[in-house]
Design a binder for this molecule. Structure first.
Ligand code: DGY
Length: 322
């Protein structure tokens, strides 16, 4: 029987994935489930044919150039691949794959949770109850902002943006979007396209970000772009933290220029700007976009399908290119 390829798996994964890995690979698991340092990762990769990594593993140019020659392929358990220098990997002849498609619904669902949590002041409501302060319910207590009939601006109309639009329509929202490409009329389903992001911002009483992290989208939301939003806009980010200039958003949240923000992702996560934690008008989650048993399992299966294809000399299913 041919020797199984050696696979370094940087974090614990759902049981079904680990069982499949155990069956088909010479597995190097991370029993402690602790994030490896660069040195640990490089050392553990010695002699490995493949790496199965997650968003938290920063595979920048210097790490990739330090990888042993044995490594042929890197599969990431994420759709985003901004944590991997794909160009550097290509230069070393290492293929990189991601896990698109399967996390669309889970991430669109969490976007709705963020929209509702922020607009219905869930953080303040929870605090009232948890601190035992809900003693005299008043008709004017914690009034939030209704989604019905309101415009929702979607920045980035890929799979997840479209799934959010579908859900938001069910809440009676009017969809506006800005994306690199305009959708076909059928797919637009009444959504208003804005070629210029500034026009999108101007109508977005609610704004949700669904663009990838690139040098073009870095700090898309900053003091200037926030100034274009309607007064008291509500902002949601389930894409990447780097799309938001934290200082600018925090300042706007403090002043009420932005009424509330629902955030699942943060620049520099898991270290988040401390002000987010103290502001009552933030509704915060710890990057749970794809965190369901079903979705994480499917993501792992795609990663393994790619690795299997590579070692069977078949075309990769979801290779990413620089
Ligand atoms: C991804 O896979 O890029 C998502 O951010 C995970 O939640």
């Amino acid at each position: 029987m041919a020797q199984k390829p050696t696979l370094l798996v940087t974090r614990r994964l759902p049981d079904a994935i680990e069982s499949r890995i155990r069956r088909d690979y010479e597995a190097r698991f991370n029993a402690s489930d602790r994030l490896y340092s660069r040195e640990e990762l490089l050392s553990l990769a010695k002699g490995a044919d493949a790496l199965l990594v997650t968003l938290q593993d920063q595979l920048d140019e210097s790490l990739i150039s330090g990888l042993p020659r044995s490594v042929q392929i890197i599969a990431t358990l994420s759709v985003g691949f901004d944590h991997i220098d794909v160009r550097a990997a290509e230069a070393r002849g290492i293929a990189v794959t991601n896990a698109p498609g399967v996390l669309t619904d889970a991430t669109a669902d969490i976007t709705m949770l963020l929209l509702l949590g922020a607009s219905r002041r869930a953080t303040e409501g929870q605090a009232l109850l948890r601190q035992g302060m809900w003693s005299d319910p008043r008709p004017t207590e914690l009034l939030g902002w209704q989604l019905t009939g309101k415009p929702l601006g979607i920045y980035g109309m890929g799979r997840i943006g479209k799934a959010v639009a579908e859900r938001a329509r069910a809440f009676g929202m009017r969809i506006h979007y800005c994306s690199l490409h305009r959708l076909e009329q059928d797919a637009e389903n009444g959504a208003v396209f804005h070629a210029d992001a500034r026009d999108l911002l101007a109508v977005s009483a609610f704004l949700t970000l669904h663009a990838p992290a690139t040098s073009q989208t870095k700090h898309f939301l900053n003091a200037q772009s926030i100034a274009l939003l309607p007064e008291g806009a509500i902002i949601v980010n389930a894409a990447r933290g780097s799309l938001v200039d934290d200082e600018a958003l925090i300042e706007a949240l403090r002043k009420g220029r932005v009424a509330a923000a629902g955030l699942d992702v943060y620049e520099g996560e898991p270290h988040i700007h401390p002000a987010y934690r103290t502001l009552p008008n933030t509704f915060l989650l710890p990057h749970l976009g794809s965190a369901t048993v079903e979705t994480r399992t499917r993501m792992g299966m795609i990663a393994l399908d790619n690795l299997d294809a590579h070692f069977a000399h078949r075309p990769l299913l979801t290779r990413v290119l620089a």
